[in-house]
Design a protein around this ligand. Structure first.
Ligand SMILES: [Zn+2]
Ligand SMILES: [Zn+2]
Length: 433
């Protein structure tokens, strides 16, 4: 028995020492031909010339410039703009693609959201930008896939440290009830209960909505002019009257955001020679029929009349001639992208991105760089930028005695929690429903 145990221990020992020897060979360079981290000294010894690019790498250092954007880690040059896709898909949102939303950040510190479609709030949060800095939202039209996450961003923001009003721009409609103002007033009514739970409990300055409605028929009319940034609107053609596209100009840059529109003459005229143009590029009818079960009639109408199909998108871009064109608003997958691209290339051969969520573009006078952003799925809201004020007690909506009557106080559990916090933070608070 003892002998057998000795044999087993010896065998294990041999296996371990062989493994360590092999590992040592890998890490000390004996079998280092397979490794990219060869030091200059080792390269000289072996007769190889060191690759100058290897200087950037070290076995213990930081690997710089990994061709990925980590939100919150890169300052913006005063003459640079950064555009981040935070929703690029269809109205039916999915983990890979939220609905329409693009963030534009300028080197002067201004930040703008163009559309805030369903599912985009979490992508906005992933940019790690304090909510007070993202206080300007421009809505192209009132389809839910273009403003569906507004309520979540607006009201959620009141407990996520937004302490400034949220400013919304959007078009009026052919009738009052089709306009942005009508929608926003009723949105506030719809969230009466939600607001009642917050207004008396938290600093609610970030819950105030500033409504800026403008004429949807305005052609290249200025709707925003501040801090060197001018934003104009042009009419779009989509569904019914009341859709617009936006043109932002700053520091010699021209940025165009189409929202939803069929090809139209306003965009090709006023968007001409822009630096950066985001325009919808819907799925071709064939894919809507085969993958989404649309009838031929439905697919043709939706893809080419209500929206802009890939060939039409290419035609628009070949007239606008932007420094960079971005197509969005389709499920951008391994099997759809080749067909969409091939159809665009029938009519446009210029610079192009087919947007996916978390795609990022850095735009300077000399260059437009495209990367993907890393996403931190465990991101927390940034701290408040201003000192918080005490809640307005007059807005407090009391709970009834009837509702309170069901409360299980569990003082033996509750009191120690309050005492712990009071002791740690020097307060003298008492639990009360
Ligand atoms: Zn739409
Ligand atoms: Zn849409």
């Amino acid at each position: 028995m003892k002998n057998r145990l000795t044999i087993i221990i010896v065998i294990i020992g041999l296996i371990l020492s062989a493994s360590i020897g092999y590992m040592k060979g890998v890490f000390d360079g004996n079998s280092g031909k397979n490794l990219s981290l060869i030091t200059t000294a080792e390269a000289k010894k072996s007769g190889d010339q060191p690759n100058p690019a290897a200087k950037k790498h070290s076995p213990v250092g930081v690997v710089p410039d990994r061709d990925i954007y980590f939100p919150g880690t890169e300052p913006l040059d005063p003459n640079e703009m950064r555009i981040t896709a935070l929703g690029t898909g269809q109205p039916s949102v999915r983990p890979k693609q939220a609905a329409a939303c693009f963030l534009v950040e300028l080197g002067n510190g201004d930040k703008f959201l163009f559309d805030i479609g369903s599912g985009s709030h979490e992508r906005i949060a992933a940019q790690k930008i304090p909510y007070d800095y993202i206080d300007k939202v421009f809505i192209g039209h009132l389809h839910v896939d273009h403003f569906g996450d507004l309520a979540s961003f607006w009201l959620g923001g009141t407990v996520m440290n937004r302490l400034t009003p949220l400013r919304i721009w959007g078009p009026d409609g052919a009738e009052e009830k089709y306009g942005t103002k009508y929608m926003l007033e009723r949105l506030q009514e719809a969230y009466t209960w939600d607001i009642a739970t917050r207004a008396g409990f938290v600093d609610f300055r970030g819950g105030v909505l500033e409504i800026n409605e403008f004429d949807h028929r305005g052609v290249n009319k200025v709707i925003y002019d501040d801090n060197g940034v001018v934003i104009r609107s042009i009419p779009a053609i989509h569904a019914i009257d009341g859709s617009v596209s936006y043109i932002l100009e700053w520091n010699g840059f021209k940025f165009v955001y189409g929202s939803d529109t069929a090809p139209n003459s306003w965009l090709t005229k006023y968007g001409k020679d822009a630096d950066f143009v985001i325009h919808e590029c819907f799925l071709p009818p064939t894919l809507m029929i085969t993958k989404q079960g649309f009838t031929a009639a439905e697919a043709l109408t939706v893809s080419t009349i209500a929206h802009t199909s890939p060939e039409q998108f290419g035609k628009v871009m070949s007239e606008v001639k932007p420094r960079h064109a971005v197509g969005y608003h389709f499920y951008n997958d391994f099997d759809t992208q080749p067909e969409v691209l091939q159809r665009i290339r029938k009519t446009y051969d210029g610079p192009l991105s087919l947007a996916m969520d978390y795609m990022v573009w850095n735009v300077t006078k000399d260059d437009i760089k495209v990367r993907m952003a890393a996403k931190d799925e465990e991101v927390w809201p940034s701290p408040a930028l201003k000192e918080k004020q005490a809640p307005d007690q007059s807005k407090m909506v009391p709970m009834s005695d009837w509702n309170k009557s069901g409360w299980l106080e569990y003082p033996e559990v509750l009191n120690p929690i309050w005492e712990e916090v009071n002791k740690k933070y020097g307060t003298d608070l008492k639990p009360k429903l």
